[in-house]
Design a protein around this ligand. Structure first.
Ligand code: 5U1
Length: 682
């Protein structure tokens, strides 16, 4: 390899990175596209002649690698938090946030206004980008905040995302949003329509930019993702080691910009409630002209020290809020009112609507929630109604137009049927409950179908290819009535179903086989125990370690689990007290469903077991909750005050009396870097 070639390769990469940044991020290219292409080809040629000069961060390597078989799960070093939504979509929502902050900070009346950063709330997909020694090594979706999916191969194809950073900290996680512009989305759909017209298999159009972006990010083949016009905006950081000591969120955003990340130009600083309100109104007025979708704005306390002081409530920081704009609404006609039966037997009245385009999707169904709501709004057949769709939530009927209310031929007011419309069992409404429920349990085919769909979904045991239509067929044909029946079906029974090709039957048998290797939290969640969502399933699995221990737990035992209150404890206990539910678990295990023993994990010596930590002051990168979670995961306790029994005090800047006490008692004091070393060394 000649040094001249090596030098030219480096030169070309720098030039391409520079022009790429001007083109993709700043939207201000200084050379014609043809010149960029010429430099790109020169680099490609040199790398072909000297394969040893090819590196992962080369601009030629954005689309590379083979399609994946599946996504790996990755644990976020610092959890990806959610953001609290201000429910007041009026201007007063801005005032409400400022009032809360001032109260939390105990600011006296007349104290100076709080400084904020104001940002856009992008309608995209949250993403965490991890750079080690300046190189992009991992991109992960938010997932449940703790674990996401590794989508590095697709994210590398986004021209706006730097593959290499200069003068960046050795470890830097950048958080932001992947999105698609509206014009790019329209062009993509136009291309998709051509493909469909040309008879290309498996092609479809997308509902809105966010769905198109999400679909692209979750492509197993990076070559396909590369054809989807994705973009990125940065708005924060996760784990950072060895970075500059930022004092404000604004400084942090400036640093991200300097490293080459796109930060929305609308991002600004604001003083007090008036400043927030002005931003809310200004952005609201510009919203339709923005080239991408937003569903609101974000307010963040600017000072990082004050952010630390404010801390978190569950998984949401107190120092930030998303202030949404009023949901989009449209008028349409009620064609019918159906009653749907959910997994837990809940009966929901649903208005069937003349198709209407609201907030980027065509809506044909809208929930009326329950009998009281349907009657309060007095929605009847043939009425003209206002339909609202806010973000991803199920569309709802807001109200009936006054003219419709005056119609002389108006039908009768809605009443909930007293028998289940699917199985004919009695429908009962318990005292103090808004909902009627079918009492048929798994006798009711609607509940059975929902129970199957819940069990086979991606977040539970995941049986790929087993969707609504197939579950309908299996249940209606009487082929499955309990969950274990699924695993006893076999190829012959599946292949004999209407419209089932041999290949699909084979795929399904394989998917069922694959789903047998699951995890305890997924299995538990899949059982569909009332009040047991994903987070509770995880907490239960972590606490009890095994299915048997959980099944034997008393209500008192269950109450010891984090986040489990009396209602949830009772629901779990009642579920496992039923012989038929225990039987289902046994049969599923007999069918081969298995998961890694968590007992072993919890019995395995944890690196910091037996130690007690006290955290004080502002840590450079970890929030207090994140530090606590890391320490507890490693088996140690986190206490609130320092005593002789304290093993270590983890101190950040502005540590106060706890640090003094530690020094007085001779308790070892460590900083965040030392904590990381302890965790890595163990
Ligand atoms: N602009 C912006 N969007 N967004 C979303 N900032 C921002 N921050 C977020 C989220 C979920 O979370 C942090 C406040 C943790």
């Amino acid at each position: 390899m000649g040094t001249a070639s090596a030098q030219r390769v480096e030169e070309l990469r720098s030039l391409l990175q520079h022009h790429g940044h001007l083109y993709y991020v700043l939207d201000a290219p200084t050379v014609p596209d043809a010149e960029y292409d010429r430099l790109f080809r020169e680099l490609q040629d040199l790398e072909t002649q000297h394969p040893d000069l090819r590196t992962a961060d080369s601009p030629t390597q954005r689309v590379g690698g083979k399609p994946l078989a599946q996504f790996d799960s990755v644990r976020h070093a610092v959890p990806m938090l959610s953001i609290r939504t201000e429910t007041d979509t009026q201007a007063s929502g801005a005032q409400a946030f400022d009032t809360r902050i001032r109260k939390e900070l105990e600011l006296p009346e007349g104290a100076a206004p709080v400084q904020y950063v104001t940002e856009l709330k992008f309608d995209g997909l949250a993403m965490s980008l991890r750079y080690e020694n300046g190189l992009l090594v991992q991109a992960a979706t938010r997932g449940d905040g703790e674990y996401g999916e590794d989508v590095t191969h697709n994210i590398r194809t986004i021209g706006q995302i730097p593959l290499r950073l200069h003068d960046a900290p050795p470890l830097l996680e950048v958080r932001g949003e992947v999105y698609m512009r509206r014009d790019d989305f329209e062009a993509l759909n136009a291309r998709q329509r051509l493909r469909i017209a040309a008879g290309e298999k498996g092609e479809k159009t997308f509902v809105n930019p966010r769905n198109a972006a999400a679909g692209a990010v979750r492509q197993l083949d990076p070559a396909i993702a590369a054809q989807r016009p994705l973009r990125f905006f940065a708005y924060g950081v996760g784990q950072v080691q060895g970075g500059p000591a930022w004092a404000t969120h604004h400084e942090l955003l400036q640093a991200l910009k300097a490293w080459g990340f796109p930060v929305a130009e609308q991002t600004s600083t604001a003083l007090g409630a008036d400043g927030l309100l002005a931003f809310y109104e200004r952005t609201g007025a510009q919203r339709a002209q923005l080239p991408f979708d937003i569903d609101g704005v974000v307010y963040k306390v600017n000072s990082l020290a004050v952010q630390q002081r404010l801390g978190f409530v569950s998984r949401e920081p107190r120092w930030a809020v998303a202030h949404k704009y009023p949901a989009q609404e449209q008028i349409t006609t009620v064609l019918d009112i159906d009653v749907q039966v959910g997994r837990t037997g809940k009966l929901t009245p649903v208005a069937k609507l003349a198709p209407v385009f609201v907030g980027g999707v065509t809506v044909t169904n809208a929930t009326l929630h329950n009998e009281d709501e349907a009657r309060r709004k007095d929605v009847r057949l043939g009425d003209q109604v206002i339909v609202r769709r806010a973000g991803d939530v199920i569309p709802e009927v807001v109200s009936v137009l006054p003219d419709s209310m005056q119609r002389p031929d108006r039908g009768a007011m809605f009443t909930m049927p007293r028998i289940c419309p699917v199985c004919g069992s009695q429908a009962l409404r318990e005292e103090d409950e808004a909902d009627y429920r079918c009492t048929g349990g798994l006798f009711c085919s609607a509940q059975r179908k929902q129970a199957f769909l819940h069990f086979v979904q991606r977040r539970a045991v995941e049986v790929e290819g087993l969707g609504e239509k197939l579950v309908d067929q299996l249940v209606d044909a009487g082929l499955v009535s309990t969950l274990p029946d699924l695993y006893r079906l076999g190829f012959a029974a599946l292949a004999a179903l209407d419209r089932m090709a041999e290949k699909s039957a084979n795929n399904l048998v394989e998917a069922l086989e694959k789903s047998k290797a699951t995890s305890l939290p997924r299995f538990l969640y899949g059982l569909g125990i009332r009040h047991v969502g994903e987070a509770t399933a995880k907490a239960l699995a972590r606490h009890f370690g095994s299915m048997d221990a959980l099944m034997q737990a008393s209500e008192a035992d269950l109450l010891l689990v984090n986040d489990v209150g009396p209602t949830v404890a009772q629901s779990i206990h009642t579920f496992f007290a039923q012989a038929h539910n225990r039987e289902v678990v046994e049969q599923l295990r007999a069918c081969g469903l298995h998961w890694p023993a968590m007992e072993a994990a919890s019995d395995a010596p944890k690196p910091l077991a037996g130690l007690t930590f006290v955290i004080t002051g502002t840590l450079p990168t970890l929030g207090r909750d994140a530090a606590k979670a890391l320490i507890e995961d490693a088996g140690a306790k986190v206490a609130g005050s320092v005593s002789k029994k304290t093993s270590f005090v983890l101190a950040g800047s502005e540590a106060g009396s706890k640090l003094d006490k530690a020094l007085e008692l001779g308790v070892p004091v460590i900083d965040e870097a030392a904590l990381h070393t302890m965790l890595e060394a163990s």
